[in-house]
Design a protein around this ligand. Structure first.
Ligand code: FMN
Length: 377
């Protein structure tokens, strides 16, 4: 997990990515001091790539009123401050996840009733088809050609702003039931035009957005696409479909498929477990021959090392463990007693004490477990 990886011109120092995580702390789409602290702490915490949470190209494309946007100068300057800080004080690369909430927009902050509508101040939703995410959610309006063109143009404008803000990496969010995902998922796309029906048709609009964004994003900088590789629901996309979806994005110039799953329908019944989405990343990597990012319940270095070492994925995105520990990568490396990772200079004495403490704690563990007296009775 500590081996470098070069993607286009970006040299990632290792294989750990801070997965995008909504903080619900933006005001009018503008990130603030919370984000500087949150992203800054994780950038000095050892991961190679730090992804900013889903950021919307339009006000209506935000998931909640606390989600960031990138449609005006103030939002761009606020993100630029964070990128400048992390570039000045860490060796992490910075990524932005661009996404439009579509049918899952206008909902409450994550620690309130997640995915449920606001108590007041709801805004109208657009989607592939008029399919509500749940019984309480608004029925979205099916996008017209004009909606599609306007939304694509907004994605392109945000892409230019992301490049100007200095981001190294751009991810297009096509997972979790949001706008582009809702086109790909057959349960939420009921269109009868060339944007519905077959998998190729359902991917057509997300691919149009990808192509437009890719053309506006600097050619030497990488792009990833996050997909839901399994809808975990009858009639939904399966891991076989994910292979076809990945092939389409690869042909369009995508560098990395970020392989998530689910959250496209409330009927989903995912089977959780450690590294539970890695089999999908493994299949895509090895059948489609494209770099993949595994994500989901990767909680220790052993997981990441076995995923990378076995060729199941090229990168491991780690989300919740990074909420508990901003320096997850540094701390996992200490447990392995490897010095192949740099600590921030002001923290070096903390590093040295931690490495000694790990040795002391490991030496306290009995090499051979003591016999259980009950067994000899
Ligand atoms: C608080 C929180 C916010 C999240 N926000 C996003 C997001 O903005 N975009 C996204 O693609 N995934 C988001 N996710 C999903 C994570 O990126 C990740 O895919 C998921 O938590 C599984 O990884 P983990 O088991 O390491 O937590 C979020 C997860 C959490 C816990």
């Amino acid at each position: 997990m500590l081996l470098p990886l070069k993607v286009r011109s970006v040299e990632l120092k290792n294989r750990i990515v801070v997965s995008p995580m909504a903080q619900y702390k933006a005001v009018d789409g503008v990130v603030g001091d919370w984000h500087l602290m949150h992203l800054g702490a994780r950038a000095v915490g050892g991961a190679a790539l730090v992804m900013v949470e889903m950021t919307s190209p339009t006000p209506e494309g935000r998931i909640t009123p606390g989600c960031p946007g990138l449609w005006n100068d103030e939002q761009q300057a606020a993100l630029q401050r964070i990128v400048a800080f992390t570039h000045a004080h860490s060796s992490a690369s910075m990524g932005l996840q661009l996404g439009h909430s579509g049918p899952k927009g206008s909902t409450q902050l994550g620690w309130h009733d997640i995915d449920e509508p606001l108590h007041d101040g709801n805004w109208p939703l657009i989607a592939a088809s008029p399919v509500a995410y749940g019984p309480q959610n608004q029925v979205p309006r099916a996008m017209t050609r004009a909606d599609m063109d306007a939304t694509t143009a907004a994605f392109v404008a945000s892409t230019r702003r992301a490049a100007a803000a200095g981001f190294d990496w751009l991810e297009l969010h096509c997972a979790h039931g949001y706008l582009l995902s809702a086109f790909i998922c057959p349960l939420t796309n009921q269109r009868t035009d060339e944007y519905g029906g077959s998998l190729e048709n359902r991917c057509r609009y997300p691919l149009e957005v990808f192509a437009a964004v890719r053309a506006a994003w600097p050619a030497d900088k990488p792009m990833s696409v996050r997909i839901s590789a399994h809808d975990w629901a009858p009639g939904g996309n399966t891991p076989d479909d994910a292979i076809a979806i990945a092939r389409l994005f690869k042909a369009a110039g995508c560098d990395v498929i970020d392989v998530s799953s689910g959250q496209t329908t409330r009927q989903a019944r995912p089977v959780y477990g450690r590294m539970y989405q890695t089999p999908f990343a493994d299949r895509i990597r090895n059948e489609v021959d494209i770099l993949t990012m595994a994500v989901g319940a990767i909680t220790e270095a052993d997981h990441a090392n076995s995923i990378i070492g076995a060729g199941r994925a090229d990168l491991c995105a780690v989300a919740r463990p990074h909420l508990a520990d901003p320096a997850w990568t540094l701390h996992e490396a200490a447990k392995l007693q490897t010095r192949a990772i740099d600590w921030p200079a002001p923290y070096l004495s903390g590093r040295d004490q931690l490495y000694r403490e790990v040795v002391r704690q490991q030496s306290l563990q009995p090499a051979v477990p003591k016999a259980d007296p009950a067994e000899s009775a």
